[in-house]
Design a binder for this molecule. Structure first.
Ligand code: NAP
Length: 340
């Protein structure tokens, strides 16, 4: 039987660089001819793709740790799909793979760019979230960048998102004496304390972060896992105990600032309190991946960790999903379902 292979596929391109917040005009959805699959390559039908905050940085034309997206070209990012054609002995048609060519229906890539994942071990979305890059960032950030110790009082911002929801749970499982989280709605705060086991949580929109954090952790904090930057970072500096350790994972409150990010106002606190401010990228801790997968995989299997996904259907809705994620429409990992 000859399999009818697709000749074309839809992809999402960067139509224009955003100034401030991205809008629908930032993107274009275009149907394009698929390249031939050459020896050593595979053709993958994408099932799910990830929208991540770091992608906003790649829309700016600045040098960074990853090259900027090119105007007029397809975006890329984490995706899980099914191999439909393989011209490599490393992968076979039917394999489920994790790779970096999201934002399109079909992707052609060298087999080395795709990692086989086990659909029996976890649902496909987990490989983009709890068992993927965000989970890895939570694990490495907390245990290595912040050097979490038993008895620590831990504050996590962006705590209902993909990274934050896991960071808080790992802190609890690794012996934190108290875990405090912040998020952008009452429902999210209730999710943190009700379902994820945080000891306290607040909605940062309810009042100054500084006051709400001081009320939630009057004894002070030893570890801050920062996903947000801005006023959250200042509040954490003010509430820090001596020798507190901060893992600077992200600064999502700043990514759409048109005229440059606002720096922390309370940095002098770090001097008097001997605070360690440790920025990190998950790529720095590649060597920790097996340990992360083993431990978090076990906690998941034992039901000691839970996670949520917010799934938007249709590649054409990926731009909206991305913008909505930056606005906080997601609880847990924001994903786009491209195909069943
Ligand atoms: P996420 O938390 O699932 O989604 C982004 C969240 O940011 C939204 O749900 C929203 O939740 C929150 N947010 C948006 N604007 C905000 C503001 N002004 N103040 C406070 N919160 C705001 O995304 P994620 O993938 O888990 O990433 C979280 C952070 O980790 C990001 O800063 C990201 O860049 C960073 N990150 C870093 C690494 C690394 O290697 N260092 C790896 C992965 C991710 P609310 O409803 O709570 O506002």
């Amino acid at each position: 039987m000859t399999l009818a292979l697709p000749a074309t596929g839809a992809e999402v391109r960067l139509a224009a660089r955003p100034r401030g917040w991205p809008t629908p005009e930032t993107f274009s959805v275009v149907r394009t001819e698929l390249p031939a699959v050459r020896p050593g390559q595979v053709l993958v039908r994408n099932l799910l793709m990830s929208v991540d905050p770091y992608m906003r940085g790649r829309m700016n034309n600045v040098r960074s740790y990853v090259p900027p997206f090119a105007v007029g070209k397809a975006l890329d990012g984490g995706a899980v799909g099914e191999v439909v054609v393989s011209k490599s002995p490393a992968l076979a048609a039917g394999d489920l793979v994790l790779h970096g060519l999201g934002w399109r229906e079909y992707a052609v890539m060298g087999a080395a760019g795709a990692v086989r994942v086990d659909p029996a071990a976890a649902p496909p979305g987990a490989y983009l979230g709890v068992l993927g890059m965000p989970g890895h960032a939570a694990y490495a950030g907390l245990l290595k960048a912040a050097r979490l110790r038993e008895g620590d009082v831990v504050f996590v911002s962006g705590a209902a998102g993909a990274v934050g929801s896991l960071a808080g749970q790992i802190a609890r499982l690794c012996g934190a004496s108290k875990v405090v989280g912040s998020a952008g709605s009452a429902a999210k705060a209730a999710y943190l304390t009700g379902e994820l086991g945080f000891d306290a949580a607040f909605n940062y929109r309810d009042g100054p972060v500084r006051e709400q954090l001081a009320a939630a952790a009057p004894e002070g904090i030893d570890v801050y896992f920062d996903n947000v930057g801005g006023d959250h970072l200042d509040a954490a500096l003010l509430q820090a105990r001596m020798n507190a350790r901060f893992a600077l994972c992200g600064a999502v409150s700043q990514y759409n600032e048109q005229d440059g990010a606002t720096g922390p106002q309370q940095l002098m606190q770090a001097i008097a309190k001997g605070i360690t401010l440790r920025g990190f990228l998950v790529s720095e801790f590649g060597g920790l991946r097996d340990e992360f997968l083993t431990r978090v995989g076990r906690w998941l299997a034992e039901g000691r960790i839970t996670y949520r996904e917010t799934v938007v259907n249709g590649l054409e809705n990926a731009p909206a999903a991305f913008i909505d994620m930056l606005r906080g429409a997601n609880t847990g990992k924001m994903l786009v379902r491209i195909s069943d």
